[in-house]
Design a protein around this ligand. Structure first.
Ligand code: SF4
Length: 406
């Protein structure tokens, strides 16, 4: 049975949701407790229950008196992102959770398990969503095809982490890394993403070191600068995909607003301020962005930077005519970047058997787009990418970008 995606919600509509307890700071919680005649030490107890004990329900928090639990339940939600479906892939190394939110919107988080290796500890990395859908509309992305529903609340972002922590704790395990690379453009939901990052990093809440938190962006320059201004050593990942503006305008429509040189300049400043190398992500698409000319343009753009490049073969999605670059193309591309001293990793795809592409599972649950719409989009993309490969940002490109941004 297909599910109709919820309508796009205004900011006012989002504010009408009952807030999640995990979205509160210590000060906000203390103020609420004081208004309800509670002693100051209760604030610390409630936060410990939310972030440390983290049981599945508020009823299980027996450190708090029952009347207080009832009062909290009347004003706040304990869990705003309960997982309704979990798909397991890669022999248990990848777990993809579909979270259904209060208004029926669905988002995804992906938990990836990496065994210990030579000189490397075991890792459990969670990839989380920051928006329901996405307005950027990158044509190779299943989330982009869904369109944009709404920004997530701070609690809806961090409750994906609380769900994964609870899930891991049943096996005596802990989350080691969090990446904002799920559905949505994190820096378009900037205030709430920065609140979530602060909560995850705060030693009195989740307490994960800044170096273990990666915020990814397709290039929202003011957002990068605000992240840098936080001063902590958060890792920045840039969804680069192409170094030439004419091609990046097609692959990442936001490039029209902040061209690649501006994005890389902001990323360089982040690296200089934090001492952390910037991670550049490149989804590799056969015959589109994997040519020698594209490798050389990228090498030239990033030469000498504190940077690391990840090449990721594209996950096929229905509405594009494109396919993943073959292994030889990935190796050739990587070699040209390494030749100028850039560290490069060729990544494997995780969880292809459960709709691994960002947004793919949610897109499936939202129902298939009409065949005519898929055919139209494929045709326009073929025309746009051909034009872009000629270095010609033509009207065709404008048409695709305009439609993608809707
Ligand atoms: S790749 Fe990221 S920024 Fe682009 S449409 Fe998908 S979710 Fe949005």
């Amino acid at each position: 049975m297909s599910i109709v995606p919820p309508p796009r919600l205004s900011e006012e509509g989002i504010r009408q949701f009952t807030p999640g307890l995990s979205g509160l700071t210590l000060d906000a919680l203390a103020a609420w407790l004081a208004e309800h005649g509670q002693p100051a030490y209760r604030a610390r107890q409630v936060l410990d229950a939310v972030w440390r004990a983290n049981p599945a329900t508020l009823d299980e928090v027996t450190t708090l008196p029952r009347p207080l639990r009832v009062a909290l339940a009347e004003s706040f939600r304990w869990d705003t992102a309960g997982a309704t479906e979990v798909a397991i892939a890669d022999g248990g190394r990848t777990e993809k959770a579909l979270h259904r939110l209060a208004d029926g919107a669905t988002i995804e988080s992906v938990l990836m398990h990496f065994p210990a290796g030579p000189g490397r500890r075991e890792r459990h990395t969670l990839c989380i969503s920051s928006e329901a859908g996405c307005a950027v509309g990158c044509p190779f992305c299943a989330t982009g095809e869904l369109g944009f529903s709404r920004d997530l609340l701070t609690a809806e972002i961090v409750d994906q982490v609380r769900w994964a922590s609870r899930h891991l704790a049943t096996d005596g395990l802990r989350l080691t890394n969090i990446v904002f690379m799920g559905m949505g453009e994190p820096l378009m939901n900037l205030d709430r993403v920065l609140e979530a990052v602060a909560a995850l990093n705060d030693p009195s809440r989740f307490g994960l070191g800044a170096r273990h938190i990666t915020v990814s962006t397709s290039g929202v320059v003011p957002g990068i600068r605000r992240l840098t201004a936080l001063g902590a050593q958060f890792t920045l990942a840039i969804s680069l995909h192409a170094a030439r503006d004419s091609l990046r305008d097609v692959l990442v429509p936001l490039n029209r607003r902040w061209p690649v040189a501006e994005v890389v300049a902001a990323a360089r400043d982040h690296a200089a301020a934090t001492g952390r190398r910037v991670s550049y992500e490149v989804v590799m698409i056969a015959g589109i962005n994997d040519t020698d000319a594209d490798a050389d343009a990228m090498a030239e753009l990033l030469r000498g930077d504190l940077a690391h490049v990840n090449l990721i073969p594209m996950n096929p999605v229905a509405h594009t005519p494109w396919q993943a670059s073959p292994a030889e193309a990935l190796e050739r591309f990587a070699a040209r970047l390494r030749a100028v001293g850039l560290p490069v990793t060729i990544r494997g795809n995780r969880g292809q058997d459960v709709g691994a592409a960002c947004g793919q599972l949610a897109a499936e649950r939202a129902g298939e787009p009409a065949p005519a719409a898929v055919a139209w989009r494929r045709k326009r993309l073929e025309q746009a990418s051909l034009a872009a490969l000629r270095g010609d940002p033509s009207e065709v490109v404008d048409a695709v970008v305009a439609r993608s941004a809707r």
